[in-house]
Design a protein around this ligand. Structure first.
Ligand code: ATP
Ligand code: MG
Length: 387
């Protein structure tokens, strides 16, 4: 099997059995009407959990899971979202509707052909019409925003027609706010989705988000549209035993206690970094992994891979934001007043930048007036590179 940087499924998954079992049992139960909201920092394994739950649900007779990630969009327009999500939904239902074509090709073929395929398929006329509108080019319809309603009605219509339950997974859900339809469509879109979803009986929505601040806006805070509508689960870091499992499963050699501690400390238990170090360690010849090899792997990671991984993220920030995170990392500053002093700015100004950084998921509020970098490995990299 070996170490990987892609989402993992099946036997390769370490530690997440409990949450996966809970989700599969609950989502497959027609008596339960609540979906899940997974909250967890970047690279913690949310997508892996969603994909594994999907895989297990696919084997159940009356359940049709659909996975869609907002981060897979290229243009980030509302039109792209509604079209691609329609395709993902149709694709999940293609066997049950005996659709003649792989739905993925839908966007590439002329509308006339789509109409023909839909005519042959066992789909209610009403659904056919809705799909035609969803897949027709922008200029052919009045307003893209109306398609938002249409695309969220689609799984419900298909579920009712086929007497199934559609379980819809929207990975990185809060990014919906940023979809463009001229301007950003904003939080109103989230409320609209909530209103549509509330009335549905055949569709169950589950969402995830990497940025706590934006998850608060859509689901966690009492003012948010999905507050108490979803079962919230935190996807946290691994412990020492999990890291040991990952290394033993993939490297097939034992690891010394000190070496293990080093991996735990450096990765903070974040699966992605554990996989990454594991990959670096794959070439090591020794019988049992030593702390020394881990040190070398960490250094290599910081120097080579870390730069590829983090540089872009860092450069996307504004100059003031970059300065702030660099100070927070290298001098361990955490309050607006400390940072303001170090930068010769007013705390108010700094608070404003901290808010932007929080919305981007780069930092997190730990408590009132105290902030920290969301990703400890990014912090370490910054501290070394910009000391
Ligand atoms: N349970 C697990 N067992 C083994 N590896 C895992 C597990 N969960 C995540 N990983 C590894 O961690 C990395 C990130 O996983 P995944 O993409 O699922 O996380 P994520 O929280 O969705 O991340 P992102 O913020 O990038 O969307 C991948 O390299 C994957 O191989
Ligand atoms: Mg993900």
């Amino acid at each position: 099997m070996g170490f990987t940087l892609k989402p993992v499924q099946g036997k390769a998954l370490v530690n997440r059995e409990k949450i996966i079992e809970e989700m599969v049992t609950s989502l497959a139960d027609f008596g339960v009407e609540m979906g899940f909201a997974l909250v967890g920092n970047r690279r913690m394994g949310k997508t892996s959990i969603f994909l594994e739950v999907c895989r297990q649900l696919r084997n159940k007779e009356k359940i049709v899971p659909v996975y869609f990630s907002l981060w897979d969009l290229v243009e980030g327009t509302l039109e792209e979202f509604t079209q691609f999500l329609s395709v993902a939904i149709l694709d999940a239902y293609k066997d049950r509707l005996s659709l003649k074509l792989k739905a993925k090709n839908f966007l590439k073929i002329p509308l006339e052909t789509i109409k023909e395929i839909l005519t042959e398929a066992e789909v209610a006329i009403k659904i056919k019409e809705e799909v035609e509108i969803l897949l027709s080019p922008r200029r052919a319809k009045k307003r893209a925003i109306e398609d938002l309603e249409r695309v969220f009605e689609l799984p419900e219509s298909l579920a009712l027609q086929t007497k199934t339950r559609c379980v819809l997974f929207l990975d990185e859900f809060p990014s919906i706010i940023e979809l463009k339809d001229g301007a950003h469509i904003g939080e109103g879109a989230i409320r609209k989705i909530r209103t549509i979803h509330e009335r549905q009986r055949g569709t169950i929505l589950s969402i995830s988000g990497s940025i706590r601040k934006t998850m608060e806006i859509v689901a966690l805070s009492s003012a948010s549209a999905f507050y108490r509508q979803l079962i919230v689960r935190e996807i946290g870091p691994w412990n020492k035993e999990d890291i040991k499992d990952l290394i033993m499963d993939n490297l097939k050699k034992p690891i010394g206690e000190e070496a293990l501690e080093k991996i735990v400390e450096f990765t903070s238990g974040i699966p992605f970094y554990a996989q990454f170090l594991g990959r670096e360690l794959s070439g090591v010849k020794e019988k049992e992994l030593t702390a020394q090899s881990v040190d070398v792997a960490i250094e290599q990671f910081i120097e080579e891979e870390g730069s590829i991984l983090f540089k872009e993220e860092f450069e996307r920030l504004g100059p003031k934001e970059r300065k702030i995170v660099t100070l927070m990392a290298s001098q361990d500053l955490s309050s607006p007043s400390q940072i303001a002093r170090a930068m010769g700015q007013t705390p108010n100004k700094i608070s404003m930048y901290l808010e932007y950084l929080e919305e981007k998921g780069v930092i997190e509020k730990i408590e009132r007036g105290t902030y920290g970098l969301a990703d400890p490995v990014f912090k370490r990299w910054l501290a070394i590179k910009y000391a």
